[in-house]
Design a protein around this ligand. Sequence first.
Ligand code: EPZ
Length: 426
Amino acid sequence: MDRIRIRGGRRLSGQIPISGAKNAALKLMAASLLTADPLILRNVPRLADVRAMAELLRSFGVGVTISLGATLGEGDEMKLDAGRLTSTFASYDMVRKMRASFQVLGPLLARVGEAKVSLPGGCAIGARPVELHLDALKAMGADVWLEDGYVVTQAPGGLKGAHITFPFVSVGATETALLAATLARGVSRLTNAAREPEVGDLCRCLVAMGAQIEGIGSGELVVEGVRELHGTVHRVMPDRIEAGTYAIAAVIAGGEVELVGAVRENIAALIALLEKSGASISDTPRGLKVSRNGAQPRAVDVTTAPYPGFPTDLQAQIMALMTVAEGSSVVREKIFENRFMHVPELARMGAKVRIEGDTAFVKGVTSLKGAPVMATDLRASVSLVLAGLAAEGETMVGRVYHLDRGFDRLEEKLSAAGADIARIAE
Ligand code: EPZ
């Protein structure tokens, strides 16, 4: 299995292109199931999770063709043709590998009137149940039951619009309800909907496909169902988590990096913290410039929250920065119950972190030491890469497949910006 080797202590400079957003692309791909016309997605990131979703869609009879972009920054183009669906079954094997596969449930049910999709089960970062997804579909008139670890849903007469109030914010449940509501009879109102920019990107694509959606970007989405949707061409939004990760890379390693394609508004919560910690962030015609020169970063406290709050998907990365900050910081994880797997690995590099429930107390040290490390999820893995950039000596990050799930050619991007980082094939 490949590993990533980082020799720390190099400052970063130059440009890093930001790829299309994984968590937008996966749901946009699922949206192709809603129409018999081809959906063309541009700026698709080259990721293992995107390939897994393509494989799942192919198993339903969707034609998937990919034209590779020529440069790191360009992204790929994907044509999805769900003209003739031959199956509505998503196996345990498919869904277990990638939870986002569960997002095919809503569109399959809405278009075909039935679906059988494996329950995702827990994962490294927590139990992650799906009852909100199922409650939303039930409210729209679907029959939903569980059978041998599978969710079976039917709506032979079609779905009908409903007022759904989510008891707490869920990105996935909002998307399930939204995708289903586009083809339901009548009006659906989604209250306490997730405001994450990826939900907005999905809404914009659905509107271009003929859906009627109001309140995009707000916590209240109103969807008037239509009889059918048509194809369109949609450009996947830039990945705010990737942008945030490279912004933290520039701060932890020091130097000055332009993040080409990064959108300030989408990472405003992170920018506020990085500025408090001593970094400078400015707009450029193509994105954002992030720099830290000289002084050690200062400790800041962080609490994760639904958008526009600080994203849980950047918690591990900001913690890596806090391990080398001046002073102590408190990092609270409020979205997932088990998302501190990076802590014991960071500790192997000399970080001083104590965990109490959902809170990590981080005491900054003046330097980390390189070590062999590995992590059990994507964002935890990348936090170890960030720590490696700041550490003295060599860090070897194992289980690189986690990184490949969500970071498009990470080692190429960082080495082009001056990091000493390489993939070691085994
Ligand atoms: C999405 O997961 C993202 N994944 C996650 O990114 C991200 O961390 C998360 O949103 C929060 O922003 C994708 O978009 C593919 P949720 P999702 O439903 O939709 C609980 C990454 O690293 N919940 O908003 O699964 C749930 O357990 C990944 O790219 C229920 O209890 O997240 C969690 O505690 C990791 N019941 C909280 O809600 C439900 O029915 C928020 O989860 C649904 C969710």
